[in-house]
Write a protein that binds this ligand. Structure first.
Ligand code: ZN
Length: 205
């Protein structure tokens, strides 16, 4: 498992580095459609790899639950960009470029607030499904915002925006955060008691 973690960590750095090159500096980068599709794919890949790294720290979760959460994190990582359409009030790519401000899903403090509330509620109420879900959300928005932040900084409303994140720092944080969050998750989970298991059957309507 140790080699798997090292492999995934190298894979996430490689994906971010090569992904940015393909999206912004390849010979097809002048095409808005190409950029939109590849940019979404890179965000999704980073969410996918972040959640895989996260689950490589917990061998007790079954494959079905891990698979559901990895899928959720991958989709949310990419879907964050739908707010470009909200801000532009258009579904056309030409209207979504050069927007004057970013949408709510690109506001880091918005996600910090939402995930803190869910995390606190799930921890106090001992709801392990929700507790795990909040970590998937944190992985999704942190990987997305760090990557966008390399060009535009983090939007920390109402405090303004940070300067663009240095490329090496962005790659380092991308690689390290899933490991740190997995450790925090496992420390918190230990207080839920041994009898608590994740069961999704109760969520099926
Ligand atoms: Zn974005």
């Amino acid at each position: 498992m140790r080699y798997f973690k090292v492999f995934l960590t190298l894979a996430i750095v490689f994906t971010a580095y090569i992904g940015d090159f393909i999206v912004f500096r390849s010979k097809y980068s002048d095409s808005l459609t190409f950029r939109a599709i590849t940019d979404s794919l890179v965000h999704a890949s980073l969410g996918f790899l972040s959640s895989l790294i996260f689950f490589s720290h917990d061998q007790n979760l079954n494959l079905h639950i891990s698979g559901l959460n990895v899928t959720f994190c991958t989709i949310v990582s990419s879907l964050i960009d739908v707010d470009h359409a909200f801000v532009a009030r258009s579904i056309y790519l030409k209207d979504m470029i050069n927007l004057k401000h970013r949408g709510i899903f690109h506001c880091t403090t918005f996600w910090l607030l939402i995930t803190s509330i869910i995390l606190l509620y799930s921890y106090l109420e001992k709801k392990l499904n929700l507790y795990l879900l909040s970590f998937m959300l944190i992985l999704a928005y942190s990987s997305h915002h760090l990557r966008d932040g390399n060009r535009r900084g983090l939007w920390l409303y109402p405090f303004g925006s940070s300067p663009p994140i240095d490329k090496n720092l962005y790659l380092f944080l991308l690689a390290v955060l899933p490991h740190v969050l997995a450790c925090v998750y496992n420390i918190g989970k230990s207080s839920f008691g041994k009898s608590v298991t994740i069961d999704y059957t109760s969520m099926v309507v």
